[in-house]
Design a protein around this ligand. Sequence first.
Ligand code: PLP
Length: 410
Amino acid sequence: MSALPPAPAPPVQRLAPVQIDRPVPGSTRDLDDARDRSPVAETPLLVIDLRQIRSNAHAIAAAFSGMDPLVYYAVKANPAPEILSTLAAAGCRFDIASLGEARAALAAGAPAGHLAYTTTIKKAGDIRAAYELGVTLYTADSPDEIDKISAAAPGAWVAIRIAVDNTGAAAPFGSKFGCAPEQAADLLRRATRVGLIPAGVSCHVGSQQLDVHAWDKPIAAAASIYRAFGGELPMLNLGGGLPATYTDPVPAVGRYAAAISQSLDRHFGASRPHIILEPGRAIAASAGVIHCEVVQVTHRHGQRWVYLDVGRYGGLAETEGEAIRYPMHAPDVGGPLGPVIVAGPTADGDDVLYHRYRPELPLALRAGDRVVIGCTGAYTASYAAVSFNGLPPLAVRCAFDSAPVAWSSR
Ligand SMILES: Cc1ncc(COP(=O)(O)O)c(C=O)c1O
């Protein structure tokens, strides 16, 4: 086996300010196709507005600018190559969860030093391959994972993910990830012993987090871990969780930044570490609109059911448990509206989007009419089944100006 290359220079020494505003000439592929303003012919189709992607990333960077954060886009939210190249050209970094995502980010033009392999569940072979691609920042939450990283990526940086309360999140992580905060200093010491460079603590307060103060306890826990560890820990990874606006209003990003800044002051004082943010939903969700078609309208047990050509398996997986409630409307059909039960097209009984939330759609809605589902840029195409019921995965079209097909709330 050939020897592994030496670890590249530590990422912290190569931090550049996020410049989301920089123009992105020619950074997306298929721009001619992306500018195609023709009406949507084939549905279901997810249309992504790249301008919105860029402005969402800019809004986060601007809101947190006082903290000089490093923004790593969580590729899992939507890995469309055009999104990645738009963000890479804007100076954004990338939070990757697999080797495939690492390759996608590199292909989009990101330098390997701008990637963080943050899932705590990685195969040794994938760590080794990522390391050979130049990825030097990893996350772990167990002794086993630390040892794996040290063997496969010697000399790399490692952050320790702690388990934190996810109350307030529409999509919490349960107890799958993170060590107890009391174990973190020991894991950081273990990382040092096995030749890794301890980077600091990482956490995730749950996705679509609606409590702006949710990061306070994790920041307090991190501060005491940094004190217990004693040595230098340059980073604090605050994960994702910033929300998107679906059917209900959410706090503005500036309120999250203000609350986090106060927590950093309170718990770290003047010795703040570099802040890492890993937004996925807050960058991608509001940039996407799914165009779909009504397959059937029927009345059952006194309820009006609308069956669409997209459902839980076609990309709307986050409707499970009604975690995410998407806004919907039928732009081409007028007249009075009424509540409906919305279901997907497959032969699966679970393919009913909502039972409690009843979107209001026109009473005149018929098979063949178009329905648009707003705020669907995140966790939709990446969740779609590849061929359940023989249906193709959700198609995606990215454009710099998707005005003709953009979501408009009514
Ligand atoms: C480690 C990690 N970071 C960031 C994210 C992105 O979270 P969000 O989309 O809530 O910003 C996720 C989502 O699963 C994650 O697992």
